[in-house]
Design a protein around this ligand. Sequence first.
Ligand SMILES: Nc1nc2c(ncn2[C@@H]2O[C@H](COP(=O)(O)OP(=O)(O)OP(=O)(O)O)[C@@H](O)[C@H]2O)c(=O)[nH]1
Ligand SMILES: [Zn+2]
Length: 358
Amino acid sequence: MSLIPDANERLSRARADLRIGLPVLLRDADRLVLILAVETLSAERLQSLAEIEGQPHLAITARRAETLKARPYDGDLARIVLPRDAGLTWLNAVADPADDLRQPMKGPLVALRDGEADLDRLSLRILKSARLLPAALNLAVAEAPPGLTEIDASATRAVLDAASPLHPVIAARVPLAAAENARLHVFRPEDGGEEHYAIEIGRPPRDKPVLARLHSACFTGDLLGSLKCDCGPQLRGALAQMGAEGNGILLYLNQEGRGIGLANKMRAYSLQDQGFDTVEANHRLGFEDDERDFRLGAALLKDLGFSAVRLLTNNPNKIAMMERAGIAVPERVPLKVGENPHNAHYLATKAKKSGHLL
Ligand SMILES: Nc1nc2c(ncn2[C@@H]2O[C@H](COP(=O)(O)OP(=O)(O)OP(=O)(O)O)[C@@H](O)[C@H]2O)c(=O)[nH]1
Ligand SMILES: [Zn+2]
């Protein structure tokens, strides 16, 4: 292996840079673009950017553009022209819907029609994968300022398209209240992203469909006992059922907030307090309803030796995605627990808009 970082490693660095407010350079055959995450942009950096020749623009997703009544000429995104006096306050107001209701007019916003949007599209994918708000301040530059992480566009796209390989780190016995005979397996992705866990109950035979749950991390529900969702009762209910049957596998996937991260999930909760439902809140922030990648669940199951599951879920998309990723789902096991007055609307929205089975 070379000592020089590969595309995967460079992307991992780029995410870390963007999260602390550093610019990153994207390069393709004919262009070099400097990108900054609006969420972490400081006034000093914005000032430094103004000293570089050229005109930056703001890339936002079509979801966010729709809320702001801007034309997404580039399909799934819009490149917004910066007004002459645009400062940090304006950029944040476009990026973050927190004040949309108090201050509905940020514009009219003008979107660019001409020119290429490929690198802008990639910049938004990178920000999402860094769990930042998908709003990027982008500037085409003639040469690379020293010291910045530079990534190659096509190699980075290939890394983002492929599910990052996961490697087992360690497994050890953890007796649980629901099942004394349990083991926790830790898996680490190559791309420097979150670790994921598999909790193996008993010793399920590998040649039969295993009772399985793909659980997405929910700090508020799993740990704090939040009543806004049904995650905590689902987690404990799944483990209890596996304990009762003596066998099962629970994958704990660190895709908090359906893959947008805890900070963005809290932004979504704040919008829900303003009257938007769970799907609308994600859209206003610039995300899709569900940004999770379930291929990693399939990869973990395969690594553990399973090829078929009896899946504990109410989400038909999960079944479809497992089957597409090569895991057979001969049976769906419903998991209906934890409904309460605080989450009734949330569960109804999931049934109506996201196809969840009631
Ligand atoms: N973005 C966002 N994520 C949420 C919200 N409420 C819960 N979550 C996250 O949603 C995930 C759980 O997904 P659910 O949609 O409840 O269930 P599911 O996993 O799709 O389907 P089931 O297998 O039936 O439970 C966890 O990652 C939670 O953190 C919300 O209002 N907004
Ligand atoms: Zn939850």
